[in-house]
Design a protein around this ligand. Structure first.
Ligand SMILES: Cc1cc2nc3c(=O)[nH]c(=O)nc-3n(C[C@H](O)[C@H](O)[C@H](O)COP(=O)(O)OP(=O)(O)OC[C@H]3O[C@@H](n4cnc5c(N)ncnc54)[C@H](O)[C@@H]3O)c2cc1C
Length: 583
């Protein structure tokens, strides 16, 4: 098998992976860095982010405010030492991007502009119009090109982590163009594989977000943390699930029910505030979990409008005027016209909640290290955990930078401590044999598309905005059944070159692992907190559940769920209040 030796191999070339690669290359020019991605780096999901990245920069803001918003927004499930590190590093990272050429939008006086964002009680979201992710990713990508020590492996699909003597010693990946397996013999590995929203049928997530990174770590023995917390974004286009960024509301857009009422005032997010200048803390700038839950209740009261794609509410931006919409939200206007045939300058746009983000992921410590020596994780695939039970919009892009860099520093420290056991060849051969068996298998009775559809249905029906014990029990049984049936899939395409049938089968395997961790962790958490709402346990229960869940891979059976304490340094659990207060 063709082998590539590296000091550090990085799985994923989105925001987190590229930031890690740059940090490694800058600190030690002789380091051999392998950057492995199943798509060309600029096609990573980071590119799709619209609204912006949070970091304290304005004089009326403070680190304390950012800390309190993040911890309260996360319903006190965030580790507060990690949040402290994150908010302190955030402005430095965003300024660093500026120096690398990121074209942040500006105030009239030339300083960096910030916009309001949901759950952030001060304005601190840096943005580049409504194409922030594109510009961030582009800046990172062009910066990475300066470093010859970063060797890229675009369109390589990572299949297995190699673990020998209790350490991570590399990985295997399929070169998609040839279908050949490659062995990456690496001294340390960083996973930056992104989220897993594709487990659900209606999501803002790009097709590549299938939880591969999470599943790789999970199968190698690293638990997945807080997987029950799946974020719904309140404003997706009903036709496609395409996101209309929270910046629509940050700029002053309002949400209306079918009677033209700004319904959020009826869900503890009032009082109603005047149109025009957005008032922080209230109404449309409530956090995503609360706004999505309000939608659910309005729908049940019969207050939704009917569209050919199902129930929706209206996002009204008309009062912002054409000039502001064109300057601040050009992509939103384009997408509303293209996908819904509605121009936000003249008409309100129908929207509905849509699966957007995984708060949970690979369990790491505050230094982005996993429990497996030699393995690190950062970005959406990781749970470090700053987002707790509900991420605030615009914290994620900053998280990629802060913890992408942190993972690189930790990997370097690990390398400096010495070597790792030789080996990995036999493990790589075994991984290759497994994939070969899957491709060549005949007599299978199950199809990838069929199982994927059943998985998505179970997730949509039972693991959505509101959940119940009964529904989750059904989902656990279904996911267990699908795990068994997955062993009997057969591929239609048994060839080598760009075998997308094979890749989709492997991606389905990843999604099934992640989905089972979600429903098992959700079934075990008998309380409501943040994005995890149980109809049968409507209250938050700090006595029993102010703890992170850890889902550990158990081979033939469902994952084992255990708990770990939340790190609380200075903010004891309190009441989340978004009911008033003018900035
Ligand atoms: C539409 C949309 C808008 C958003 N807007 C915002 C926003 O305004 N502000 C904000 O803070 N957050 C936003 N988010 C969230 C944020 O963009 C993501 O959480 C973040 O970009 C994830 O970055 P990442 O580096 O972790 O992963 P990604 O950018 O998703 O990259 C994952 C990488 O892993 C690679 N990979 C995955 N599996 C494999 C495999 N098996 N083998 C090899 N490579 C693999 C992929 O090729 C890719 O390069 C948004 C998300 C979406 C979907």
């Amino acid at each position: 098998m063709e082998t590539h030796s590296a000091d550090v191999a990085i799985i994923g070339a989105g925001g987190a992976g590229l930031r890690a690669a740059i940090a490694l290359a800058q600190s030690a020019p002789s380091l051999r860095i392998a950057l492995i991605s199943k798509v060309y780096p600029m096609r990573s999901h980071t590119c799709a982010a619209e609204g912006g990245a949070a970091g304290v920069i304005k004089p009326d803001d403070s680190l304390e405010h950012h800390f309190n918003d993040t911890v309260g927004g996360g319903d006190w499930l965030s580790d507060q030492d990690a949040v402290d590190y994150f908010i302190r590093e955030a402005p430095t990272e965003l300024l660093q991007l500026e120096h690398w050429g990121c074209p942040w939008s500006r105030e009239a006086d030339g300083s960096v502009a910030v916009r309001p964002f949901g759950g952030m009680k001060k304005q601190r979201t840096w943005f580049a119009a409504d194409k922030s992710g594109f510009h961030i990713l582009h800046t990172l990508f062009q910066t990475s090109l300066q470093f010859p020590s970063i060797q890229r492996f675009d369109e390589f699909y990572a299949t297995d982590l190699l673990v020998e003597d209790g350490r991570c010693v590399g990985l295997t990946a399929i070169e998609m163009r040839s279908g050949q397996m490659r062995w990456f013999d690496a001294r340390a590995v960083i996973i930056a594989g992104g989220g897993a929203g594709r487990m659900f049928p209606f999501t803002t997530n790009g097709a590549i977000k299938t939880g591969d990174g999470m599943a790789l770590a999970y199968r190698a023995g690293v638990p997945l943390k807080d997987m029950e917390f799946v974020q719904y974004h309140p404003t997706g286009l009903p036709s496609t699930g395409t996101l209309l960024t929270e910046a629509c509301r940050g700029e002053g857009g309002v949400l209306l029910n079918k009677n033209g009422r700004r319904f959020l005032q009826d869900y503890g997010m009032g009082p109603e505030t005047p149109l025009g200048k957005p008032v922080l803390k209230t109404m449309e700038l409530g956090p995503r979990d609360r706004v999505s839950q309000a939608f659910w209740h309005e729908q049940r009261k019969g207050n939704a409008i009917a569209t050919r794609w199902g129930d929706a509410m209206l996002l009204d931006m008309r009062h912002l005027g054409e000039k502001t919409i064109n300057e601040r939200l050009p992509l939103v206007r384009d997408m509303s016209i293209s996908y819904m045939g509605v121009d936000p300058v003249t008409d309100p746009v129908p929207v509905r909640p849509v699966v957007h983000y995984m708060m949970g992921g690979i369990h790491t410590d505050i230094n982005a290290a996993t429990s497996l020596p030699g393995l690190y994780a950062a970005g959406e695939c990781a749970c470090v955990s700053i987002n707790g039970a509900n991420r605030l919009g615009s914290n994620s892009l900053t998280e990629l930078l802060v913890f992408g860099r942190r993972a690189a520093v930790s990997a370097l420290e690990y390398l400096q401590q010495g070597g790792r056991p030789a080996g990995g060849a036999a493990l790589a051969e075994a991984a290759q044999a497994r994939v070969r068996e899957l491709v060549q298998r005949t007599g299978g009775t199950e199809s990838v598309a069929g199982l994927r559809k059943e998985m998505m249905q179970a997730m949509e029906e039972h693991a959505g905005i509101y959940r119940s014990g009964e529904g989750l029990a059904a989902a656990c049984a279904k996911l267990g059944e699908l795990r068994q049936r997955y062993r009997r899939i057969e591929l239609h395409d048994k060839t080598n070159v760009y075998n997308t049938d094979l890749l989709q089968a492997l991606e389905l395997g990843s999604m099934l692992d992640c989905a089972e961790a979600v429903v098992q962790s959700a079934a075990a958490r008998k309380e409501s907190r943040g994005a995890h709402q149980r109809l049968d346990f409507p209250g938050r229960d700090d006595r029993q559940f102010l703890r992170h869940s850890l889902a550990a891979y158990a081979g033939e059976g469902p994952p084992r769920v255990s708990y770990r304490d939340v790190v609380i340094t200075r903010s004891p659990p309190g009441v989340r209040d978004y009911s008033g207060g003018h900035e």
